[in-house]
Design a protein around this ligand. Structure first.
Ligand SMILES: O=C(O)c1[nH]c2ccc(F)cc2c1NC(=O)[C@H]1C[C@@H]1c1ccccc1
Length: 232
């Protein structure tokens, strides 16, 4: 997160850190007791290794009462996701067991009504992504508030030039922005997850390249289908 600030500890109990060999790779959030939602691009350099999912954390390193690392039983990247674009950039992870819910571990509902969030709506996004252009990695969860910008503005020739589909949304990226390591985390507007930070490599903090999110409402059936199909 660029231009943000440290979140109040454990006030975002839905936040997940997707880790490989103890290292944070991407964000995510608890979408059901045994399921975490993130971004498909995050699996690009993992080979066939499965992530581990850290829940209940504020600090990535310090001991905290409800912090727990969960093994993943299976990973389901959206079938339409690919490494050449931001389309269908969603990943569902089935935990080995149901997460133990408590003050620091809670599910976050996602938007199921397929209607665009109004431009200028201020939403918030959190993550353990880099906090500076030099690539500084925070130990504690950061957050920032960002206004939604319309798809037309985001698709302007000088911005993302027509690549933003109806299944995507954008927020202003002047100074305050998401960045590497924040991908997979939720864009929360009015207490509901409206989108997931896309994980395609993008410049951060430049107003000419707004942040891009995968909208969740269009994928409600896919999310429900995968969760229902896999046992549990
Ligand atoms: O965050 C992203 O946008 C993104 N997109 C990807 C695609 C492939 C892929 F193999 C990884 C990623 C990845 N995450 C990262 O590079 C994470 C490793 C970097 C990081 C940043 C801050 C703190 C800790 C670690």
């Amino acid at each position: 997160i660029l231009g943000g600030y440290e979140a109040r500890p454990h006030l975002k109990p839905f936040m997940a850190s997707l880790q490989l060999d103890g290292q944070h790779v991407c964000g995510g959030f608890l979408v059901a007791e045994q399921w975490v939602l993130s971004a498909a691009h995050c699996t690009e350099e993992t080979g066939d290794k499965l992530f581990q999912v850290l829940l209940g954390a504020h600090s990535l390193t310090e001991q905290e009462p409800h912090k727990r690392l969960y093994r993943v039983r299976a990973q389901f990247p959206h079938p339409g996701s690919n490494k050449h674009n931001n389309k269908d950039d969603l990943l569902l992870l089935q935990l080995e067991e149901k997460a133990e819910l408590n003050a620091d571990v809670q599910v976050l509902p996602f938007q199921r009504e397929d209607r665009d969030v109004a431009p200028d709506t201020v939403c918030e996004v959190a993550g353990w992504g880099i906090t500076s252009h030099s690539g500084r990695r925070p130990d504690r969860l950061q957050q920032v508030e960002r206004p939604v910008i319309s798809r037309d503005v985001c698709n302007h020739r000088t911005r993302h030039d027509g690549t933003i589909t109806n299944n995507m949304m954008c927020t202003d990226s002047r100074r305050k922005d998401t960045c590497k390591g924040d991908s997979g985390g939720p864009l929360v507007c009015g207490g509901v997850a409206e989108g997931v930070v896309t994980a395609g490599s993008r410049v951060c903090g430049n107003y000419k390249k707004p942040a891009i999110y995968t909208r969740l409402a269009p994928y409600a059936a896919w999310i429900d289908g995968v969760m229902a199909s896999a046992d549990g």
